[in-house]
Design a protein around this ligand. Structure first.
Ligand SMILES: [Zn+2]
Length: 460
């Protein structure tokens, strides 16, 4: 799936030996997968030391920090001539946990089978970590050591704790070493390269993300002995409120990112009715937007980018089977579109529930951040790099429904763009945080060439 043209838009001396670089990347990825960095507790320090050793061996200026015992942060830097602001190349070292009994291979074995590398973290986020490491090694060998110069510093960051609060990861770095990670651009996780019908169709570059909040719905009622049924029973009242919420949808709201996303995706999407619907929602015409949304909302991943999302996740109430409790609660996970108020969602939910004995409150409030510009030099470099590998690829800006560390960066003025640089079909992608997580071996080379090509273009 990679281009057979040897010079993908790069001057000769800067063109690495890709098969050799691919083998090196694969070896680093397998080594990383064999280090268990399930968070909690994380224990990323061992992996951080592996990265530090590899970077220092190549002669790259590297610092290793231990934010708290057992956790690590690695910051390495290739110096540019200072004519432009730095670019950050980020990935996290920790992973989510595993249900070992549901895996067909050892999740910490770095096993290669049927053209895939298996392991917890293969696509989230050790694959990208390996690609970022290799990009640093290649820039050092093929640009710096070859007598070339970079116009900006390229800063490699490997952090801990992304899968939990980030307190010991990007949060720690921004608090304790803000100068080290000051940059114009950041390349982070968070995008997609989707394979449809066996070929890569589009590259979704995340330039903004929905904002996560936790909302608690509490129903109140009279308590008492369960032998005497009470009309105002809080559990039943909560049930009625939830029934109303289940029938409620937030209104469709487009923003510049989702408009461009559907406009560009509509050019290559294989399904005719959905393709036309994408043109409709991107049109800016209110009637067409509503018509298109009615088609696209049948696909949950598209529905989630068209509006604020409300998911019920926990119900709680009562402690004994023979006591009517005075309170019952439901937890809602609400994801607002960037720039939209959670308080507005709460007001609409209250109106929809229409019961003065049911209260709705925000219990955790996410932080909004401005979108990154999809006309920026990094975005353009990623597009050029992707289309040099496969000219037929559509490259679209993308609002992720999940939250990433990029929001923290955007909040301090860094233009962060998210990729997951490996072409994958939906099945492979769905294994993220699931069982038998894996990355296609061939996609690893594509990802390396994409990231190297983009960083080289934006920093040359
Ligand atoms: Zn991740």
């Amino acid at each position: 799936m990679t281009s057979t043209v040897p010079n993908a838009g790069m001057a000769g001396a800067h063109e690495p030996d890709w098969p050799a670089a691919h083998i090196e990347t694969l070896a680093h990825l397998q080594a990383m997968l064999r280090m268990n960095t399930v968070n909690p507790p994380g224990n990323e320090l061992l992996l951080a030391q592996h990265l530090e050793t590899a970077l220092k061996a190549a002669g790259i200026e590297t610092q290793l920090y231990e934010p708290t015992p057992g956790r690590g942060a690695v910051v390495a830097r290739l110096r540019g001539d200072g004519s432009r602001q730095p670019v950050l190349l980020m990935a996290h070292m920790d992973t989510v946990g595993v249900e070992t009994e549901h895996w067909s291979v050892d999740p910490f074995g770095g096993v290669i089978r049927d053209g895939y590398v298996y392991g917890r973290g293969a696509i989230d986020d050790k694959g990208m970590l390996a690609v970022n490491l290799e990009t640093m090694l290649l820039l050092k060998r093929h640009v710096i050591d070859a007598g070339g110069t970079l116009s900006r510093d390229v800063i490699f960051v490997a952090n801990s704790d992304e899968e939990a609060s980030g307190e010991w990861g990007m949060g720690w770095l921004l608090r304790h070493q803000p100068d080290l990670v000051r940059a114009e651009f950041a390349l982070n996780e968070g995008g997609r390269i989707r394979v449809v019908n066996g070929r890569p169709l589009y590259v979704a570059l995340q330039n903004t993300e929905k904002v996560p909040h936790v909302v608690t719905v509490t129903a109140h009622g009279p308590g008492g002995h369960a032998s005497i049924p009470l009309a105002g029973n809080a559990v039943l009242r909560l049930g009625r409120a939830l029934a109303r919420i289940s029938a409620y949808r937030e209104p469709v709201q487009m923003n510049p990112t989702t408009r461009e996303f559907f406009a560009e995706l509509g050019r290559v999407w294989p399904h005719r009715e959905e393709r036309l619907a994408m043109g409709d929602v991107a049109s800016g015409d209110t009637r067409r937007v509503q018509r298109g949304a009615r088609v696209l909302e049948r696909i949950p991943v598209f529905d989630a980018v068209l509006r604020n999302g409300v998911s019920a996740t926990i119900v709680d109430g009562g402690m004994r089977s023979n006591v009517i409790p005075t309170e019952a609660t439901a937890t809602l996970n609400v994801r607002t579109l960037p720039g939209h108020s959670i308080d507005g969602v709460v007001r609409r939910l209250e109106r929809c529930i229409a019961d003065p004995l049911v209260s709705v409150a925000v219990t955790e409030r996410g932080e909004d951040a401005p979108a990154s510009d999809f006309g920026s030099a990094l975005f353009v470099a990623l597009r050029q790099s992707a289309q040099a590998l496969d000219p037929a690829l559509a490259v679209v800006p993308y609002m992720s429904t999940g939250a990433t560390d990029s929001a923290r960066l955007r909040a301090v003025g860094i233009q962060a763009i998210g990729v997951l640089p490996f072409p994958m079909n939906q099945d492979d992608e769905d294994r993220m945080h699931g069982n038998d997580e894996r990355v296609p071996v061939a996609s690893l080379e594509f990802g390396l060439r994409l990231v190297y090509g983009a960083i080289w273009r934006v920093a040359r």
